[in-house]
Write a protein that binds this ligand. Structure first.
Ligand code: FAD
Length: 383
C-alpha cells in the first residue's frame, strides 16, 4: 500500500507481474547471450495493453495515465530490464510523436508502436559527446520538401533493432546551440542509413550501437515540432523517461533484495542463519529502506506529471539517485551470496544491467545540475 497506487493500479501491477513471470523471466539469462528482443513477445505485450498505456486512445494507447505506465514498467523490468526498454522507448517516443508530429504521418506509427509491432530508438548522442547535448553536429539540410541528413549518432539503445528513430540534428548554425536543433522521425529502412552494434557490459538484449546517415532524405512532413525547436520543445519528454528509469532499475533492485532476504534467512554459518548476523542484515535493511524511499519519489514524479504539475527537478533526482542506489544494493546482495554470487547468473546480470543507467539518458552530474538550476535558477547555475 502507498498513497500513489489505488486498488486499480495495484491490480494492474499484479496482472503485469503474472505475465512477466510466465513469459519474460524464463528467458532472462538466455537473452543476454543471444542479444535479441523477441518480436512475438513484444507483440504479446502490445496485445496485453502494456506498451505506452498512457497515450490517448486516438494514438493507440488507453489514456491510463503515467502512473499506470510506471506500474507496468516496473513489473516488466523486474523480469528482464532489457525487455522493459520496449516500454521505456515506446513511452518516450510515443509522447514525442503524439505531441509534436503531423497526425497523418505519426498515427500509423503510433498504432504499430502500441501494438508492439515496431520499436523506436531515440538518437541524440554523437561521438563528440552526449552531456553537452545541445552542441550536436549531425547535419539536417532543408532541400525543397525534404531534409538531407549526414552524420553519426552513437551509443543509441536498440540501434540495430529499431524500425525507426526520433533523430535530433542541426538545422541552424553551430553558434545557435539549442535553438538550431530539429527533430525528425526517420524510418530505419531509408537508403543511406547504416548501423552497428556494440559489445555492451549489460542490457545486452536491447544493445547499443551507432547510426550512420549518408545523404538520407526525409520528407519535411516527418518533422517533430517546429524547425530549430527540436531541443526546446521536444526534449520535455525526458522528464517522463527519467522517472520511468528510476522505477525500472529499482524494480531490479527490489527483486534482488527479496531473493537475498530469502537466502540469508536459510543459509547458515557458525550454527545460525546468516541473517542473525547484523553485518549481514543491517546493510540489507539499509538498502531496503533507501530503495523503498526512492521508489516513492519515482511514483510521486509520475503523479505530478499526471496532475500537470512541474516535475523536472524530481525527475532528475529519480534519474541520478535510483541507478546508483540500485547498483549499490544489487552489489551488496551479490556479496551476500558468497562465491555463488560471483558466478554468471541472475545477480551479476542484474548488476551489469542497471549500471548502464548511471550513464544512459544523462549522467548523475548532469542530473544534479538540473536539480540545482531548478532550485537556484538558471543564471546562478551556468553550464
Ligand atoms: C546504457 C546506455 C544507453 C544509452 N542510450 C542512449 C540512447 O538511446 N540515445 C542516445 O542518444 N544516447 C544514449 N546513450 C548515451 C548517453 O546518453 C551518453 O553516454 C551520456 O549522455 C553521456 O555522454 P558521453 O558518454 O558522451 O559522456 P561525456 O559527455 O563525454 O561526459 C563524460 C563524463 O564527464 C562528465 N561531465 C560532462 N560534462 C559535465 C559537467 N558540465 N559537469 C560535471 N561533469 C560533466 C559526465 O557526467 C561524464 O561522467 C546511452 C548510454 C548508455 C551507457
Amino acid at each position: 500500500m502507498n498513497p500513489y497506487l489505488d486498488d486499480d493500479l495495484t491490480a494492474l501491477g499484479d496482472h503485469a507481474r503474472r505475465f512477466a513471470t510466465e513469459r519474460i523471466a524464463p528467458g532472462f539469462l538466455e537473452r543476454d547471450k543471444i542479444r535479441v528482443l523477441e518480436r512475438q513477445l513484444m507483440r504479446d505485450m502490445g496485445e496485453m495493453g502494456f506498451i505506452a498505456p498512457e497515450l490517448p486512445e486516438m494514438h493507440g494507447g488507453q489514456g491510463m495515465g503515467c502512473l499506470a505506465a510506471g506500474v507496468i514498467h516496473e513489473e516488466i523490468a523486474r523480469a528482464d530490464l532489457s525487455i522493459s526498454y520496449i516500454n521505456l522507448l515506446a513511452s518516450l517516443n510515443g509522447q514525442i510523436l503524439s505531441q509534436h508530429g503531423k497526425p497523418e504521418v505519426v498515427q500509423p506509427w503510433l498504432q504499430k508502436l502500441t501494438r508492439g509491432e515496431v520499436l523506436f530508438a531515440i538518437a541524440l548522442t554523437e561521438p563528440r559527446g552526449g552531456s553537452d547535448a545541445a552542441n550536436l553536429r549531425l547535419r539536417m539540410e532543408r532541400v525543397g520538401d525534404e531534409y538531407v541528413i549526414n552524420g553519426e549518432k552513437t551509443s543509441i539503445s536498440a540501434a540495430d533493432q529499431a524500425d525507426a528513430a526520433v533523430v535530433f540534428g542541426r538545422t541552424g548554425p553551430v553558434e545557435s546551440g539549442a535553438h538550431g536543433v530539429t527533430a525528425l522521425l526517420v524510418p530505419m529502412e531509408l537508403p543511406g542509413v547504416t548501423r552497428n552494434r556494440f559489445d555492451c557490459h549489460g542490457q545486452r538484449a536491447i544493445g547499443r550501437g551507432s547510426l550512420f546517415f549518408e545523404n538520407v532524405r526525409v520528407p519535411v512532413s516527418h518533422r517533430l515540432g517546429a524547425e530549430n525547436k527540436g531541443f526546446v520543445q521536444v526534449m520535455q519528454g525526458f522528464d517522463f523517461s527519467r522517472a520511468l528509469i528510476g522505477l525500472q532499475v529499482l524494480a531490479v533492485a527490489r527483486a534482488a533484495l527479496e531473493e537475498t532476504w530469502g537466502y540469508v534467512a536459510q543459509r547458515e554459518a557458525f550454527g545460525k542463519p546468516l541473517s542473525a548476523f547484523q553485518g549481514v542484515s543491517h546493510p540489507l535493511a539499509d538498502f531496503d529502506t533507501q530503495v523503498s524511499a526512492a521508489r516513492l519519489l519515482c511514483l510521486q514524479t509520475l503523479w505530478l506529471k499526471d496532475k500537470g504539475a512541474p516535475h523536472s527537478a524530481e525527475a532528475a533526482m529519480c534519474k541520478w539517485w535510483a541507478p546508483k542506489l540500485a547498483y549499490d544494493a544489487i552489489h551488496q546482495c551479490l556479496l551476500m551470496f558468497g562465491h555463488g554470487g560471483y558466478d554468471r547468473g541472475v545477480m551479476e546480470q542484474r548488476l551489469r544491467d542497471v549500471l548502464g543507467f548511471q550513464i544512459g539518458d544523462g549522467t548523475a552530474q548532469i542530473m544534479k545540475t538540473i536539480v540545482a538550476r531548478t532550485r537556484a535558477g538558471r543564471d546562478a547555475v551556468p553550464a
